[in-house]
Design a binder for this molecule. Structure first.
Ligand code: NAD
Ligand code: USQ
Length: 402
C-alpha cells in the first residue's frame, strides 16, 4: 500500500458517487480537484426531475467543506468529452498522481429513451474516456487512472459460476492432445446502451495499457444505495444527491423513497433479477483503497469487482415492505432483461485490502429511509414511473430497402 498523500483529480466530482469520494479523499489528506460540466444537474432540469435531497450549487458545497474542515477542494468547469484542449491544459498544469473518472452518463433507462439519448450516452462516455487516456499519453504523465465501470458488463447468467475479477482463463482444444490457454477479458454482455459504453471503455483501457503502459484500475461497481457518508453528514450544505425518478433512481433507493411517500414499490416483473449492491460509504472507502493501491503491472488493466452483497429485487421489496408496511406492485418490466437470474461475484481484492462491508442488515436502510421521509415533500410523484422502455425500439416493422 502506498501511504503517500496524493494529488487527485476527481472527474465527475459533483455527482452521486464523485462528490462524497472527493470529500473522503480530502478528509484523508489528499489534495483534491474536481472537474465537472454539471451535466447531471442540467439533465434533471431537462427531465423535470430533481434530487430528493436539496443539493447546493458546487461553489456553495466547496465553501461549506472549507468552513467545516479548513480543507480546500479545487473546481474546474470542463466538459471532458468536448473540451479536450482545456482538459489537457489542466492535466498538464496539475500533473495529478491519480485521476478518478466518474464522468459518464450513467442511467440505463435514460440511455434507452430515444435516439438523442443513445447518441449522447455513447458520444459523452466514449469521448470522455478516450480524451482522458489520450491526454495522459500525449503529456507522457505517469498518472494512475481509476475508472468507475459496472458489474453490468458481465451480463447475468444462471449457472452458478462465480464471476471473476475481469478476466477469464479459457482452454481451447487444438489438434490431438494440444490444449491452448488464454486469459481474456470476461466477455461482455451489456443490457443497455449505457452498459454497452462501459463494455467499450474496457477495450480502450486494454489498448492504452498494452500500447502506452498506462496504469489503470477499472472498478466494476454494483448498484450503489444510501445517500450520506461520514463527510456529507458534517453539514446540510454537503448533502449528497438522492435520485428517485424513473430514469436515474436506482432500485433500493427508489423502494425506500416510495415507502416514504406512500407509493407502491415498483417491482419490475417478478422481481427475480439478482443484482450486486454496495453502500455509498463503502464506495468511497473502495476509491481510497484503489488510490492507495495502484496496479503493479503496466501492460494489464487491474480490474476489481466493487460490490459487497447480492439480492433479488423481490427480496429487497420484501425487506422494505416488511419494515414499512408499503404495498408491493408487480409492474410490467420496461426493460429487456432476464425475468429471473442468479449472481455470484468474487470481490476478493477489496476484502483482501481490508474492506469491511456494510450490509443491508446493519440499519442503514433506516437511515436512508429517514432521509427519504425528511424530504418526502420534495418528491414529484409523476417522475416516479419508469417510462423509458427497451422494447419500443425493437424494430417491429422493418422498412424495406428502396
Ligand atoms: P452521476 O451522474 O451522479 O455523476 C456523474 C458526474 O459526471 C455528474 O456530476 C456529471 O455532471 C459529470 N459528467 C458527466 N459527463 C461529463 C463530461 N463529459 N464532462 C465533465 N463531467 C461530466 O453518476 P454517479 O452515480 O455518481 O456515477 C458515477 C460513475 O460511477 C459513473 O461512471 C457510473 O457509471 C458509475 N457507477 C455508478 C453506480 C450507481 O449506482 N450510481 C453503480 C456502478 C457504477
Ligand atoms: N428495477 C425494479 N424497479 C424499479 C427500478 C429498477 O424492479 O423501480 C429493477 C430493474 O429492472 C433491474 C434492477 O432493478 O433489474 C436494477 O435496476 P437499477 O435501475 O437499480 O440499476 P441499473 O439500471 O443496473 O443501473 C445502476 C446504475 C448504473 C450502474 C449499475 C450497476 O444506474 O450506473 O452501472 O447500477 S449494475 O447494475 O451492477 O450493472
Amino acid at each position: 500500500m502506498d501511504h503517500k498523500m496524493k494529488n487527485v483529480l476527481v472527474v465527475g466530482g459533483d455527482g452521486f458517487c464523485g462528490w462524497p469520494t472527493a470529500l473522503h479523499l480530502s478528509q484523508l489528506g489528499h489534495s483534491v480537484t474536481i472537474v465537472d460540466n454539471l451535466s447531471r444537474r442540467r439533465i434533471d432540469d431537462d427531465l423535470g426531475a430533481n434530487s430528493l435531497t436539496p443539493i447546493q450549487p458546487i461553489d456553495v458545497r466547496i465553501a461549506a467543506w472549507h468552513e467545516a474542515t479548513g480543507k480546500t477542494i479545487g473546481f474546474e468547469h470542463i466538459d471532458v468529452a468536448l473540451e479536450y484542449d482545456r482538459f489537457e491544459a489542466l492535466l498538464a498544469a496539475l500533473k495529478p498522481d491519480t485521476v478518478i473518472h466518474f464522468a459518464e452518463q450513467r442511467a440505463a433507462p435514460y440511455s434507452m429513451k430515444g435516439i438523442s439519448e443513445k447518441r449522447y450516452t455513447v458520444d459523452n462516455n466514449i469521448g470522455a474516456t478516450h480524451n482522458l487516456l489520450a491526454a495522459i499519453t500525449n503529456l507522457n504523465l505517469d498518472t494512475h487512472i481509476v475508472h468507475l465501470g459496472t458489474m453490468g458488463v458481465y451480463g447475468y447468467d444462471d449457472d452458478g459460476m462465480e464471476i471473476p475479477e475481469g478476466y477469464l482463463k479459457v482452454y481451447i482444444p487444438g489438434d490431438e492432445k494440444q490444449i491452448f490457454q488464454r486469459e481474456i477479458l470476461y466477455p461482455t454482455n451489456p443490457g443497455s446502451v449505457y452498459h454497452m459504453t462501459k463494455s467499450m471503455d474496457q477495450i480502450l483501457f486494454q489498448f492504452y495499457a498494452k500500447n502506452d503502459h498506462l496504469r489503470i484500475t477499472d472498478l466494476h461497481q454494483g448498484i450503489v444505495w444510501g445517500t450520506q457518508t461520514e463527510e456529507t453528514k458534517l453539514d446540510d450544505r454537503l448533502m449528497n444527491r438522492f435520485d428517485y425518478d424513473g430514469d436515474y433512481g436506482t432500485v433500493l433507493n427508489r423502494f425506500l423513497m416510495q415507502s416514504a411517500v406512500g407509493h407502491p414499490l415498483t417491482v419490475h416483473g417478478t422481481g427475480g433479477q439478482t443484482r450486486a449492491f454496495i453502500h455509498i460509504q463503502d464506495t468511497v472507502k473502495c476509491l481510497a483503497l484503489a488510490v492507495e493501491n495502484p496496479p503493479q503491472e503496466r501492460n494489464k488493466v487491474k480490474i476489481l469487482n466493487q460490490m459487497t452483497e447480492t439480492h433479488t429485487v423481490r427480496h429487497l421489496a420484501g425487506l422494505v415492505a416488511d419494515a414499512t408496511g408499503a404495498p408491493v406492485a408487480n409492474v410490467e418490466n420496461p426493460r429487456n432483461e432476464a425475468a429471473e437470474n442468479g449472481l455470484r461475484v468474487s470481490n476478493e481484492t477489496f476484502i483482501s485490502l481490508g474492506l469491511q462491508p456494510i450490509t443491508l442488515a446493519q440499519g442503514l436502510c433506516e437511515e436512508t429511509q429517514q432521509i427519504a421521509q425528511r424530504f418526502a415533500d420534495r418528491c414529484r410523484m409523476d417522475m416516479i414511473p419508469c417510462v423509458s422502455t427497451w422494447t419500443d425500439n425493437q424494430r417491429p416493422g422493418l422498412v424495406p430497402s428502396s
